[in-house]
Structures are given as structure tokens and as C-alpha cells.
Design a protein around this ligand. Sequence first.
Ligand SMILES: Nc1ncnc2c1ncn2[C@@H]1O[C@H](COP(=O)(O)OP(=O)(O)O)[C@@H](O)[C@H]1O
Length: 170
Amino acid sequence: MRIAITGTPGVGKTTVSKVLAKRLNMEVIDITDVVKRYRLYIDYDEDMESYVIDFEKLNNFLKDKDNIILDGHVSHLLNPDYTIVLRCDPKIIEERLRKRGYKDKKVLENVQAEILDVCLCESKGKVYEIDTTNRDVEDIVNEIIEAIKEGKERKGIVDWLSKYYEYLEI
Ligand SMILES: Nc1ncnc2c1ncn2[C@@H]1O[C@H](COP(=O)(O)OP(=O)(O)O)[C@@H](O)[C@H]1O
């Protein structure tokens, strides 16, 4: 099985993936890490300080791997059997990304993506959305395991737009 843990940078993907992998005895693949390590990218975007991923190379790298958790904000695009979309209050994401040292432009772009449900809208197939705001990691992972076991699907559980539309005023 291939489980995608996706969501806006700063939402908690790596934290959740590590605990989930231990509980399910699965391997975690950190997409950003493998893209850098195996040069699975076309270019480096200086402005956004991120790699332009070569999806053909990345999919080829992943093709023979199974029983894996894909940790990354594009993992939902890598033919997963199940996609878990993590959500978090944009204010918390903003704080986390600033603490990570992201430039204002990159922080704003990611906060706007969370408000506009970008990862959720791009996710296809079996999708389960979970709001992680102010929740303990173990509690989040318990809910994910139960959802996967029962084949649960859920989308459209948060509405950041009505609360944070001022972030979208360019
Ligand atoms: N459920 C949570 N509760 C509190 N802090 C969290 C939680 N999940 C993640 N964090 C913190 O938020 C930051 C970003 O988490 P991380 O897993 O790196 O996010 P992502 O992989 O989505 O970029 C880290 O400092 C992490 O410790």
C-alpha cells in the first residue's frame, strides 16, 4: 500500500508520517529529501527557494516501492492508494514557517495555499482530510489508522477562507 501524507508545508506531515510509519511498520519516504539527494529535479527556483520536481524521474524512483508512506506536499500526485490531507489553522502554519526562517513571500504563498485548500483540491481517489489544529500527534495518527482501516473518505471539513480572507488581499 502507498499512503500519501500531504498538506501545506508546516502542517505537520513529517511529524505525523514518522509516528504513523512506526505504528504501521512502514517505510517513510521524505519527498523533498529524495528529490534533492537523487537530483530528481529540473531546476532550483531561487525566488521560492524550492526545487522544481521532475515528476517522471520521481515516479520512476518510486515505481518498485510498496508499503510506503510518502511524506511531502506533492505526495498526493504520486499515485497513492490513500491520501491523507492534513490541515491546520493558517495562523499556526504562518508561525511555524517563520520559525523555519522562510522569506515573507514564501510564508504568504504557503499560508494562502492552506486557505485555498490547494492540496485538498488536487487530491484524487481515496482522500481523508483531517484538521490537526491544536491536536496531539498520537491522536491524529490514531484517527488516520482508523480511517484507513475502515476505508473512510472525507473532504471539505475546514473553511479558512471566511476567517482569513484578508491574507488573500494582494
Ligand atoms: N500536532 C502537532 N502539534 C504540535 N506541533 C506540531 C504538530 N505537528 C507538527 N508540529 C510542529 O510543527 C512544525 C512543522 O512540522 P513538520 O512535521 O515539519 O511539518 P511539514 O512536514 O508539514 O512541513 C514542527 O516544529 C513540528 O514539531
